[in-house]
Design a protein around this ligand. Structure first.
Ligand code: MN
Length: 285
């Protein structure tokens, strides 16, 4: 059980979508995870969790795309107090996710860098990780370090089944590795609708964790991200992919990462909307 629950009581202005419900009554638990230790290009993802929560207050509870209302479902934890010691922070995230799972709830992590997904993955058994990302993140090491945001999917693949979607940036070594390890990759250049349909059918009824690295979206949709890459998904391509996967599978966890807060707030609002979308789709399929 979650310890010291009273400490987590929230002002509505600090809670996702302004939801005001008790932890016990919630089905989804937002875990603000401001991890930023290994980012390599642009900095600032550590400020995203609180900004994405603030941005969520500008959204309607009614999700027009999903044709569904999200109300009295979400509890928001206080932002995790991280230390910048990567191993300690990974354990802190993993332990929090484990607590939420033990209480029978669905964890929703807001990063932070994409490495939060690796930390979160350690709290799960027998779950397929569906990772939306412009990058394969399958590097053996990055600048000599093994645990980084560029090796997230490789690290997860050591103990879990993974699927990568929207990939358009990787090395020839990574292509070889992905092939040799028989990892399912839906590249950005492929027919997305057809491939997502096939994937959804194969995930039918299975436990799935969905992770969105915001850079899977086209930089025209959101500019303010850690490692932008041209030529990505539109919002509706991502929404429709989420819809197909959520409707067919059994969602056990979700995260969004790599947003950097900016003046326009577009990235923050988009990340918040994707969280509402996933919850709305999961509630009403
Ligand atoms: Mn990425």
């Amino acid at each position: 059980m979650m310890e010291k629950r009273k400490e987590f009581l929230y002002e509505s202005s600090n809670s996702f979508l302004g939801e005001v419900i008790g932890y016990d009554d919630s089905k989804y638990v937002v875990i603000p995870s401001p991890l930023e230790v290994t980012t390599s290009f642009l900095k600032g993802t550590r400020f995203a969790p609180s900004e994405i929560i603030k941005a969520s207050l500008s959204l309607e509870n009614y999700d027009f795309e999903a044709r569904a209302e999200v109300k009295n479902k979400i509890y928001t934890l206080n932002e995790l107090d991280l230390t910048s010691d990567l191993n300690m922070d990974i354990n802190r995230i993993k332990d929090t996710v484990s607590d939420v799972l033990k209480d029978g709830k669905i964890p929703i992590l807001i990063g932070g860098e994409h490495t939060i997904t690796y930390a979160s993955s350690m709290a799960f058994d027998d779950v397929t990780f569906v990772l939306f990302d412009a990058h394969a993140d399958f590097k053996e090491s990055f600048n000599g370090v093994e645990i980084t945001h560029a090796s997230v999917s490789r690290l997860i693949s050591k103990s879990k089944k993974i699927v990568l979607i929207g990939v358009r940036s990787l090395s020839s070594d990574e292509i070889r590795e992905l092939k040799s390890k028989d990892v399912k990759v839906i590249y950005q250049s492929e027919n997305l609708d057809r491939e997502i349909k096939k994937l959804s059918r194969s995930l039918n009824g299975k436990k799935v964790y969905i992770s969105i690295d915001a850079d899977v979206l086209d930089p025209c949709v959101i500019q303010s991200i850690g490692t932008p890459q041209p030529g990505g998904l539109s919002y509706f391509q991502l929404f429709n992919s989420l819809k197909a996967i959520v409707k067919h599978s059994h969602l056990v966890g979700f995260d969004v990462s790599e947003v950097i807060p900016s003046q326009t707030k577009i990235a923050e609002v988009t990340a918040a909307k994707l969280i509402v979308d996933v919850i709305a789709l999961n509630e009403f399929h």
